[in-house]
Design a binder for this molecule. Sequence first.
Ligand SMILES: NC(=O)c1ccc[n+]([C@@H]2O[C@H](COP(=O)([O-])OP(=O)(O)OC[C@H]3O[C@@H](n4cnc5c(N)ncnc54)[C@H](OP(=O)(O)O)[C@@H]3O)[C@@H](O)[C@H]2O)c1
Length: 283
Amino acid sequence: MRCLVTGATGDVGSKVVKRLIERGERPRIFVRDPEKAHALFGPKVEMCKGDSSDPASLKPAFESTDAVFLVNSGPEIPRRDQAAARAAREAGVKRVVKLSSLDVEQGLAIGAWHEKGEAAFRSSGIAFTFIRPSGFMSNLLAWAGSIKAEGAVRSSTGDGKRAFIHSDDIAAVAVEALTNARYEGQSLPITGPEALSFPEVTARIGAIIRKQLRFEAISDEEAGIRYAAATGAGPEETEAHVALWRAIREGQLGSVTDTVERILGRKPISLDKWLDENAAAFC
Ligand SMILES: NC(=O)c1ccc[n+]([C@@H]2O[C@H](COP(=O)([O-])OP(=O)(O)OC[C@H]3O[C@@H](n4cnc5c(N)ncnc54)[C@H](OP(=O)(O)O)[C@@H]3O)[C@@H](O)[C@H]2O)c1
Protein backbone atom coordinates (compact mmCIF):
# COMPACT_ATOMS: atom_id res chain seq x y z
CA MET A 1 0.00 0.00 0.00
CA ARG A 2 1.35 3.45 -0.90
CA CYS A 3 0.25 5.70 1.99
CA LEU A 4 -0.29 9.45 1.99
CA VAL A 5 -0.32 11.26 5.34
CA THR A 6 -1.90 14.71 5.72
CA GLY A 7 -1.33 16.74 8.90
CA ALA A 8 2.13 15.16 8.76
CA THR A 9 3.82 17.97 10.71
CA GLY A 10 1.19 17.79 13.49
CA ASP A 11 0.95 15.80 16.70
CA VAL A 12 -0.71 12.62 15.41
CA GLY A 13 0.28 12.81 11.73
CA SER A 14 4.02 13.08 12.49
CA LYS A 15 3.79 9.94 14.62
CA VAL A 16 1.92 8.11 11.85
CA VAL A 17 4.71 9.05 9.41
CA LYS A 18 7.41 7.87 11.83
CA ARG A 19 5.64 4.55 12.35
CA LEU A 20 5.31 3.98 8.59
CA ILE A 21 9.02 4.77 8.16
CA GLU A 22 9.83 2.27 10.94
CA ARG A 23 7.91 -0.34 8.96
CA GLY A 24 10.31 0.23 6.07
CA GLU A 25 7.96 2.37 3.99
CA ARG A 26 8.59 5.74 2.35
CA PRO A 27 5.23 7.47 2.88
CA ARG A 28 4.06 10.41 0.83
CA ILE A 29 3.18 13.47 2.91
CA PHE A 30 0.96 16.45 2.11
CA VAL A 31 2.35 19.58 3.75
CA ARG A 32 2.18 23.32 3.36
CA ASP A 33 5.68 23.87 4.80
CA PRO A 34 8.25 21.50 3.21
CA GLU A 35 11.13 22.93 5.28
CA LYS A 36 9.35 22.09 8.52
CA ALA A 37 8.64 18.59 7.19
CA HIS A 38 12.22 18.12 6.03
CA ALA A 39 13.49 18.99 9.52
CA LEU A 40 11.24 16.23 10.91
CA PHE A 41 11.73 13.43 8.37
CA GLY A 42 14.68 14.28 6.10
CA PRO A 43 14.63 12.30 2.84
CA LYS A 44 12.64 9.40 4.32
CA VAL A 45 9.37 10.71 2.86
CA GLU A 46 8.06 11.81 -0.51
CA MET A 47 6.95 15.41 -0.16
CA CYS A 48 3.84 16.95 -1.78
CA LYS A 49 3.37 20.65 -1.12
CA GLY A 50 -0.21 21.85 -0.86
CA ASP A 51 -2.88 23.40 1.30
CA SER A 52 -6.19 21.79 2.29
CA SER A 53 -7.92 25.11 1.70
CA ASP A 54 -7.01 24.69 -1.99
CA PRO A 55 -8.72 21.48 -3.22
CA ALA A 56 -6.76 21.55 -6.51
CA SER A 57 -3.54 20.99 -4.55
CA LEU A 58 -4.90 17.67 -3.23
CA LYS A 59 -5.05 16.12 -6.70
CA PRO A 60 -1.33 15.43 -7.32
CA ALA A 61 -0.91 14.16 -3.75
CA PHE A 62 -3.83 11.72 -4.01
CA GLU A 63 -2.84 10.33 -7.42
CA SER A 64 -1.15 6.90 -7.26
CA THR A 65 -1.99 6.71 -3.55
CA ASP A 66 -3.68 3.61 -2.10
CA ALA A 67 -4.44 4.74 1.45
CA VAL A 68 -4.79 8.23 2.95
CA PHE A 69 -4.49 9.28 6.59
CA LEU A 70 -6.59 12.44 6.71
CA VAL A 71 -6.36 15.27 9.24
CA ASN A 72 -8.52 18.37 8.99
CA SER A 73 -9.15 20.78 11.86
CA GLY A 74 -11.60 23.44 12.98
CA PRO A 75 -14.85 24.75 11.51
CA GLU A 76 -13.55 24.00 8.00
CA ILE A 77 -13.63 20.22 8.65
CA PRO A 78 -16.91 19.52 6.76
CA ARG A 79 -15.89 21.47 3.65
CA ARG A 80 -12.30 20.16 3.58
CA ASP A 81 -13.37 16.55 4.20
CA GLN A 82 -15.86 16.85 1.33
CA ALA A 83 -13.08 18.12 -0.95
CA ALA A 84 -10.79 15.31 0.18
CA ALA A 85 -13.50 12.68 -0.41
CA ARG A 86 -14.01 14.03 -3.92
CA ALA A 87 -10.26 14.11 -4.67
CA ALA A 88 -9.81 10.60 -3.25
CA ARG A 89 -12.63 9.18 -5.36
CA GLU A 90 -11.34 10.84 -8.52
CA ALA A 91 -7.79 9.60 -7.88
CA GLY A 92 -8.93 6.02 -7.20
CA VAL A 93 -7.74 5.97 -3.57
CA LYS A 94 -8.73 2.61 -2.04
CA ARG A 95 -8.90 3.45 1.66
CA VAL A 96 -9.20 6.60 3.81
CA VAL A 97 -8.47 6.66 7.53
CA LYS A 98 -9.91 9.87 8.93
CA LEU A 99 -8.82 11.34 12.24
CA SER A 100 -12.25 12.11 13.70
CA SER A 101 -13.38 12.51 17.32
CA LEU A 102 -15.09 10.47 20.03
CA ASP A 103 -17.44 13.42 20.42
CA VAL A 104 -19.14 12.48 17.13
CA GLU A 105 -21.16 10.09 19.31
CA GLN A 106 -22.72 13.09 21.11
CA GLY A 107 -22.97 15.10 17.88
CA LEU A 108 -21.85 18.22 19.68
CA ALA A 109 -19.33 20.97 19.05
CA ILE A 110 -16.21 19.74 17.25
CA GLY A 111 -17.82 16.29 17.01
CA ALA A 112 -20.60 17.82 14.87
CA TRP A 113 -18.01 19.07 12.36
CA HIS A 114 -16.44 15.61 12.22
CA GLU A 115 -19.86 13.97 11.83
CA LYS A 116 -20.37 15.95 8.62
CA GLY A 117 -16.85 15.04 7.45
CA GLU A 118 -17.53 11.37 8.14
CA ALA A 119 -20.77 11.61 6.13
CA ALA A 120 -18.77 12.74 3.08
CA PHE A 121 -16.76 9.50 3.20
CA ARG A 122 -19.74 7.27 3.98
CA SER A 123 -21.37 8.45 0.75
CA SER A 124 -18.12 8.41 -1.29
CA GLY A 125 -17.97 4.68 -1.97
CA ILE A 126 -14.34 4.63 -0.71
CA ALA A 127 -13.46 2.21 2.09
CA PHE A 128 -13.11 4.26 5.27
CA THR A 129 -12.09 3.94 8.89
CA PHE A 130 -12.90 6.69 11.37
CA ILE A 131 -10.46 7.01 14.26
CA ARG A 132 -12.44 8.60 17.09
CA PRO A 133 -10.14 9.61 19.97
CA SER A 134 -11.10 11.24 23.24
CA GLY A 135 -9.20 14.34 24.39
CA PHE A 136 -5.46 14.27 23.68
CA MET A 137 -3.02 14.26 26.61
CA SER A 138 -1.08 16.85 24.62
CA ASN A 139 -3.95 19.32 25.18
CA LEU A 140 -2.63 19.62 28.73
CA LEU A 141 0.36 21.57 27.40
CA ALA A 142 -2.06 24.52 27.13
CA TRP A 143 -1.96 24.65 30.95
CA ALA A 144 1.83 25.09 31.05
CA GLY A 145 1.74 28.90 31.04
CA SER A 146 -0.54 29.35 34.05
CA ILE A 147 1.10 26.47 35.92
CA LYS A 148 4.55 28.01 35.50
CA ALA A 149 3.44 31.59 36.19
CA GLU A 150 0.83 31.08 38.93
CA GLY A 151 0.74 27.43 39.96
CA ALA A 152 -2.87 27.39 38.74
CA VAL A 153 -5.17 25.61 36.29
CA ARG A 154 -8.49 27.22 35.34
CA SER A 155 -11.26 25.30 33.63
CA SER A 156 -15.04 25.22 33.21
CA THR A 157 -15.12 21.41 33.25
CA GLY A 158 -15.89 21.17 36.99
CA ASP A 159 -15.60 17.59 38.24
CA GLY A 160 -16.46 16.08 34.84
CA LYS A 161 -14.08 13.39 33.60
CA ARG A 162 -12.19 12.68 30.39
CA ALA A 163 -10.09 9.61 29.53
CA PHE A 164 -7.19 11.48 27.91
CA ILE A 165 -5.31 9.53 25.24
CA HIS A 166 -1.62 9.60 24.22
CA SER A 167 -1.18 10.67 20.58
CA ASP A 168 1.20 7.75 20.06
CA ASP A 169 -1.71 5.36 20.73
CA ILE A 170 -3.82 7.25 18.20
CA ALA A 171 -1.02 6.98 15.61
CA ALA A 172 -0.51 3.27 16.32
CA VAL A 173 -4.21 2.53 15.80
CA ALA A 174 -4.24 4.69 12.66
CA VAL A 175 -1.32 2.74 11.16
CA GLU A 176 -3.14 -0.55 11.82
CA ALA A 177 -6.18 0.83 10.00
CA LEU A 178 -4.07 2.20 7.13
CA THR A 179 -2.15 -0.97 6.49
CA ASN A 180 -4.80 -3.69 6.64
CA ALA A 181 -8.40 -4.09 5.54
CA ARG A 182 -9.69 -5.46 8.85
CA TYR A 183 -11.04 -2.10 10.06
CA GLU A 184 -12.66 -0.92 6.84
CA GLY A 185 -16.18 0.43 7.38
CA GLN A 186 -15.57 0.81 11.12
CA SER A 187 -15.53 3.69 13.58
CA LEU A 188 -12.90 3.13 16.26
CA PRO A 189 -13.67 4.94 19.55
CA ILE A 190 -10.32 5.13 21.37
CA THR A 191 -9.53 6.50 24.83
CA GLY A 192 -6.78 6.43 27.40
CA PRO A 193 -6.91 3.91 30.24
CA GLU A 194 -8.73 5.97 32.91
CA ALA A 195 -11.23 8.80 33.12
CA LEU A 196 -9.96 11.63 35.31
CA SER A 197 -11.42 14.96 36.35
CA PHE A 198 -9.40 18.07 35.58
CA PRO A 199 -8.70 18.68 39.30
CA GLU A 200 -7.34 15.10 39.43
CA VAL A 201 -5.13 15.75 36.40
CA THR A 202 -3.93 19.00 38.00
CA ALA A 203 -2.93 17.03 41.11
CA ARG A 204 -1.07 14.46 38.96
CA ILE A 205 0.92 17.24 37.27
CA GLY A 206 1.68 18.78 40.68
CA ALA A 207 2.94 15.43 41.96
CA ILE A 208 5.27 14.99 38.97
CA ILE A 209 6.77 18.49 39.19
CA ARG A 210 6.67 18.52 43.02
CA LYS A 211 4.68 21.72 43.22
CA GLN A 212 1.37 22.45 44.96
CA LEU A 213 -1.06 23.45 42.18
CA ARG A 214 -4.53 24.88 42.58
CA PHE A 215 -7.52 24.18 40.37
CA GLU A 216 -9.97 27.06 39.83
CA ALA A 217 -13.44 26.36 38.45
CA ILE A 218 -14.46 29.13 36.07
CA SER A 219 -17.67 29.94 34.20
CA ASP A 220 -18.35 29.08 30.54
CA GLU A 221 -18.14 32.77 29.73
CA GLU A 222 -14.72 33.21 31.34
CA ALA A 223 -13.46 30.01 29.69
CA GLY A 224 -14.52 31.36 26.28
CA ILE A 225 -12.87 34.74 26.85
CA ARG A 226 -9.63 33.11 28.00
CA TYR A 227 -9.59 30.61 25.10
CA ALA A 228 -10.17 33.30 22.47
CA ALA A 229 -7.46 35.50 23.98
CA ALA A 230 -4.92 32.66 24.20
CA THR A 231 -5.49 31.20 20.74
CA GLY A 232 -6.95 34.00 18.63
CA ALA A 233 -9.82 31.65 17.70
CA GLY A 234 -13.01 33.14 16.22
CA PRO A 235 -16.49 32.90 17.80
CA GLU A 236 -17.47 29.57 16.17
CA GLU A 237 -14.34 27.75 17.30
CA THR A 238 -14.48 29.36 20.74
CA GLU A 239 -18.13 28.39 21.25
CA ALA A 240 -17.34 24.81 20.14
CA HIS A 241 -14.66 24.52 22.83
CA VAL A 242 -16.92 26.03 25.51
CA ALA A 243 -19.64 23.52 24.54
CA LEU A 244 -17.11 20.68 24.71
CA TRP A 245 -16.00 21.68 28.22
CA ARG A 246 -19.65 22.05 29.28
CA ALA A 247 -20.36 18.53 28.03
CA ILE A 248 -17.39 17.25 30.03
CA ARG A 249 -18.73 19.04 33.13
CA GLU A 250 -22.13 17.44 32.55
CA GLY A 251 -20.53 13.99 32.48
CA GLN A 252 -21.24 13.29 28.80
CA LEU A 253 -17.67 12.63 27.66
CA GLY A 254 -16.12 10.45 30.33
CA SER A 255 -16.36 7.07 28.62
CA VAL A 256 -13.45 4.61 28.59
CA THR A 257 -13.18 2.08 25.75
CA ASP A 258 -11.07 -1.06 25.32
CA THR A 259 -10.45 -0.40 21.60
CA VAL A 260 -6.73 0.43 21.90
CA GLU A 261 -6.07 -2.83 23.75
CA ARG A 262 -8.25 -4.81 21.34
CA ILE A 263 -6.36 -3.48 18.31
CA LEU A 264 -2.81 -3.16 19.65
CA GLY A 265 -2.82 -6.07 22.11
CA ARG A 266 -1.57 -3.88 24.95
CA LYS A 267 -3.00 -1.34 27.38
CA PRO A 268 -3.23 2.30 26.28
CA ILE A 269 -0.40 4.54 27.50
CA SER A 270 -1.07 6.04 30.94
CA LEU A 271 -1.24 9.72 31.79
CA ASP A 272 1.66 9.22 34.20
CA LYS A 273 3.86 8.05 31.31
CA TRP A 274 2.88 11.12 29.26
CA LEU A 275 3.64 13.32 32.28
CA ASP A 276 7.06 11.71 32.67
CA GLU A 277 7.77 12.54 29.02
CA ASN A 278 6.49 16.11 29.28
CA ALA A 279 7.19 17.24 32.86
CA ALA A 280 9.76 19.81 31.72
CA ALA A 281 7.04 21.77 29.91
CA PHE A 282 5.38 22.55 33.26
CA CYS A 283 8.51 23.62 35.18
N1 LIG B 1 -6.97 17.69 20.60
C1 LIG B 1 -7.92 16.85 20.94
O1 LIG B 1 -8.19 16.62 22.12
C2 LIG B 1 -8.69 16.13 19.88
C3 LIG B 1 -9.62 15.15 20.27
C4 LIG B 1 -10.32 14.44 19.27
C5 LIG B 1 -10.08 14.73 17.94
N2 LIG B 1 -9.17 15.70 17.61
C6 LIG B 1 -8.95 15.99 16.17
O2 LIG B 1 -7.58 15.79 15.85
C7 LIG B 1 -7.27 16.61 14.72
C8 LIG B 1 -6.00 17.39 15.01
O3 LIG B 1 -4.92 16.49 15.07
P1 LIG B 1 -3.49 16.94 15.63
O4 LIG B 1 -3.65 17.44 17.04
O5 LIG B 1 -2.54 15.85 15.35
O6 LIG B 1 -3.20 18.19 14.70
P2 LIG B 1 -2.15 19.36 14.97
O7 LIG B 1 -1.02 18.91 15.83
O8 LIG B 1 -2.93 20.58 15.37
O9 LIG B 1 -1.57 19.57 13.50
C9 LIG B 1 -2.39 19.98 12.44
C10 LIG B 1 -1.74 19.52 11.15
O10 LIG B 1 -2.55 19.91 10.04
C11 LIG B 1 -1.76 20.71 9.18
N3 LIG B 1 -2.59 21.73 8.55
C12 LIG B 1 -3.31 22.67 9.17
N4 LIG B 1 -3.93 23.45 8.26
C13 LIG B 1 -3.57 22.97 7.05
C14 LIG B 1 -3.88 23.34 5.72
N5 LIG B 1 -4.69 24.38 5.46
N6 LIG B 1 -3.35 22.62 4.71
C15 LIG B 1 -2.52 21.58 4.96
N7 LIG B 1 -2.19 21.17 6.20
C16 LIG B 1 -2.71 21.87 7.23
C17 LIG B 1 -0.70 21.34 10.06
O11 LIG B 1 0.37 21.78 9.26
P3 LIG B 1 1.36 22.99 9.71
O12 LIG B 1 2.50 22.31 10.41
O13 LIG B 1 1.75 23.61 8.41
O14 LIG B 1 0.58 23.90 10.60
C18 LIG B 1 -0.36 20.15 10.95
O15 LIG B 1 0.46 19.24 10.26
C19 LIG B 1 -8.48 17.51 14.49
O16 LIG B 1 -9.29 16.96 13.49
C20 LIG B 1 -9.20 17.44 15.82
O17 LIG B 1 -10.58 17.76 15.73
C21 LIG B 1 -8.47 16.39 18.53
